[in-house]
Design a protein around this ligand. Structure first.
Ligand code: SF4
Ligand code: MG
Length: 321
C-alpha cells in the first residue's frame, strides 16, 4: 500500500482578468513506503506548488491526497497539526529557515514544545539525538544563524524536520542554495537518514543528477502535469517523452562540460524557447510549441496516458517513435 497517494490534484491561482495560473493541473501519483520519488522539471512547472499542496500549505481546488490511508485534503487546523508529526519538509534556502534573532537552540525547542513535549530535558535529549544524526555538535545550539555556514544550516533544517520523527519528508531543491562542494555531503546525509529512519521521501529538483543519485522512481513535470514517470534506471536509459529526452541530453551535456556549473538557465536555452506561461497553457499537448517531434495532432489533441512498460507511463502521442 502506498504511503502517499495523489488523485487528480488541481491547484490554480487567479491571475487577474479572469485568467488562471494552472500551477498543478491534474496530478496523480503514488509514493510507496520507504521509497524516494524524484520530481523534476524546470522552474515554474509547478513542482513547488505541488509540494505545498501535499503539505496542505495551500489547499487543492480539487482532487484527493491521502497519507497512510487517511485523506488529508481539507483537514481542520487541529488535524493538520497532527499531520505535521507525520510529514515534514526541507526547503531550498537554509539561510532563511531560522529566525535570525534567535539562538538556534531556541528555534529547535519551539516545534517540540508546540507539539506538546513539555519537559525541557526530554526536548534537549531529542534535539541532541537529531543533531548527532545530522553530524553536528551540540555547541551549535548556542549560535545564531549568521554564525553558521550554509551547509551547517541545512543540516540543522534537516535535524529540525526530523525532531517529530516523521515518516515522510518533502525536500524542495535541498541543495541548490549550497556550494557545490557541500551538495554531495547533504545528499549523502539524506540517503543515510532515509535508510536509518525508514523515511519516505519526495525530492524535488531541477537537477537530474541529484535525482539519479537519490531516487528510486522519477516523475517529470511540465506545465502543471506529470508527463512521464518510471523507475529511475528505466527513466534514464529508456526515456519516452521528448521533454524527458531533452532534459536528459541537457544534463549529460553539462555533466561533460562543467559539473560545477549547472544552472537552470543553461538547461532552458537548450530547449526550443522559454517554457510557455502556465497562465494560458497551449492546447493539445502542452509541450508542442517546444517539441522537436510535434505533429499536427499534437496541436489539437491532448495525448492520453500511455504505458511503455508495466511501471512506466507517459503522455505523448508518439512515445514509441
Ligand atoms: Fe511532442 Fe506531440 Fe509527444 Fe507532445 S504529444 S511530446 S508535441 S510528440
Ligand atoms: Mg521551486
Amino acid at each position: 500500500q502506498p504511503l502517499l497517494t495523489l488523485d487528480r490534484v488541481v491547484k490554480h491561482f487567479p491571475a487577474g482578468r479572469g485568467k488562471r495560473v494552472h500551477s498543478v493541473d491534474g496530478v496523480s501519483l503514488e509514493v510507496g513506503k520507504g521509497e524516494v520519488l524524484g520530481l523534476v522539471g524546470e522552474s515554474g512547472c509547478g513542482k513547488s506548488t505541488l509540494a505545498r499542496t501535499i503539505l496542505q500549505a495551500v489547499t487543492a481546488d480539487s482532487g484527493h491526497i491521502t497519507l497512510d490511508g487517511q485523506q488529508i485534503t481539507g483537514l481542520k487546523a487541529r488535524d493538520l497539526k497532527a499531520l505535521r508529526r507525520t510529514m515534514q519538509f526541507v526547503f531550498q534556502d537554509p539561510y532563511g529557515a531560522f529566525d535570525p534573532k534567535m539562538r538556534l537552540g531556541t528555534s529547535l525547542h519551539a516545534p517540540l514544545r508546540h507539539h506538546g513535549m513539555k519537559d525541557q530535558a526530554e526536548r534537549a535529549a531529542r534535539i541532541a539525538e537529531m543533531l548527532a544524526k545530522v553530524g553536528l555538535e551540540e555547541d551549535m545550539l548556542e549560535r545564531f544563524p549568521r554564525e553558521c555556514s550554509g551547509g551547517q544550516l541545512q543540516r540543522l533544517v534537516i535535524a529540525r524536520a526530523l525532531l517529530l520523527k516523521p515518516k515522510f519528508l518533502i525536500c524542495d531543491e535541498p541543495t541548490s542554495a549550497l556550494d557545490a562542494s557541500i551538495r554531495a555531503q547533504i545528499l549523502n546525509l539524506l540517503v543515510a537518514l532515509k535508510d536509518q529512519l525508514d523515511l519516505t521521501l519526495v525530492l524535488i529538483s531541477h537537477d537530474l543528477r541529484v535525482v539519479r543519485y537519490l531516487c528510486d522512481r522519477v516523475a517529470v513535470m511540465y506545465l502543471g502535469q506529470i508527463v512521464e514517470e518510471a523507475p529511475r534506471e528505466e527513466l534514464f536509459t529508456n526515456p519516452r517523452h521528448p521533454y524527458t529526452r531533452v532534459l536528459l541530453a541537457a544534463s549529460l551535456a553539462e555533466e561533460q562540460h562543467d559539473p560545477a556549473h549547472h544552472t537552470e538557465a543553461d538547461l532552458v536555452t537548450r530547449l526550443k524557447g522559454e517554457p510557455p506561461s502556465p497562465i494560458d497553457p497551449p492546447p493539445g499537448c502542452r509541450f508542442h510549441p517546444r517539441c522537436p517531434l510535434a505533429q499536427d495532432l499534437c496541436h489539437t489533441t491532448t495525448p492520453p496516458l500511455a504505458w511503455p512498460g508495466d511501471d512506466h507511463s507517459t503522455t505523448c502521442h508518439f512515445w514509441d517513435r
